[in-house]
Design a protein around this ligand. Structure first.
Ligand code: AMP
Length: 208
């Protein structure tokens, strides 16, 4: 199974991805997680990416495309993968398509999580990530247990100004890739408003 998860920042892609990888046994490849790891490691790629990420802007296509195409060529992706946060622009979608064609494989499904902008900001500012388990919480909608609260991380780009900037990039650059996948008959829309369990139930239906 080769799957892509798309949607605005904070649409629930990461939360649903964690549930889906357990079910399908395929690697979860989050471009945002990979970039944050590069920033933390202080690699050349990380230093370049950090400037854009802090401001909520997109990292240049050539940087992200190289990183993801190398990752999906790894042996653990031979039977499939779940891309989360990539592709985010038309050149990225085209580069992925060309790489898939060259490898003689194809994307099976693209899940688009739809959430209104007003809710995205509220979700983003309250989001907290557990660096140990990878679990994502929300201080109001999905409160963390007391024993993990100390170690939770509030992402640098989960503040109102950066979230609004990321939303703006989403509408201008990412939303235009949908017709590309719709034209191939791969796009499945999922209403992302509701609890993680409610959204999971819709995902199961969309994949049936
Ligand atoms: P995410 O964790 O998916 O919300 O991504 C966090 C940030 O990483 C984004 O706001 C961008 O700065 C950068 N990023 C992640 N994926 C991509 C991508 N496919 N293309 C460009 N920038 C990306």
């Amino acid at each position: 199974m080769r799957m892509i998860l798309v949607g605005p920042p904070g649409a629930g892609k990461g939360t649903q991805a964690a549930r889906l990888v357990d079910k399908y046994g395929i690697p979860h490849i989050s471009s945002g997680d990979m970039l944050r790891a590069a920033v933390k490691a202080g690699t050349e790629l990380g230093v370049t990416a950090d400037r854009y990420m802090k401001a909520g802007q997109l990292v240049p296509d050539d940087v992200v495309i190289g990183m993801i195409l190398e990752r999906i060529a790894a042996p653990d992706c031979a039977k499939g993968f779940m891309l989360d946060g990539f592709p985010r622009t038309i050149p990225q979608a085209e580069a992925l398509d060309a790489a898939m064609t060259k490898a003689g494989v194809a994307i099976d499904v693209v899940l688009l999580f739809e959430v209104p902008d007003a809710l995205i900001v509220e979700r983003g500012v309250g989001r907290r990530n557990d660096p140990i388990t990878g679990r994502i919480y929300h201080i109001k909608f999905d409160p963390p247990p007391a024993e993990v609260t100390e170690r939770l991380v509030h992402r640098k780009d989960d503040h109102e100004a950066a979230i609004n900037e990321r939303l703006h990039y989403y509408h201008d650059w990412t939303a235009p890739i949908m017709p590309f996948y719709e034209g191939k008959g791969l796009l499945r829309r999922v209403d992302g408003v509701g609890t993680p369990d409610e959204v999971s139930a819709r995902v199961v239906k969309a994949l049936a």
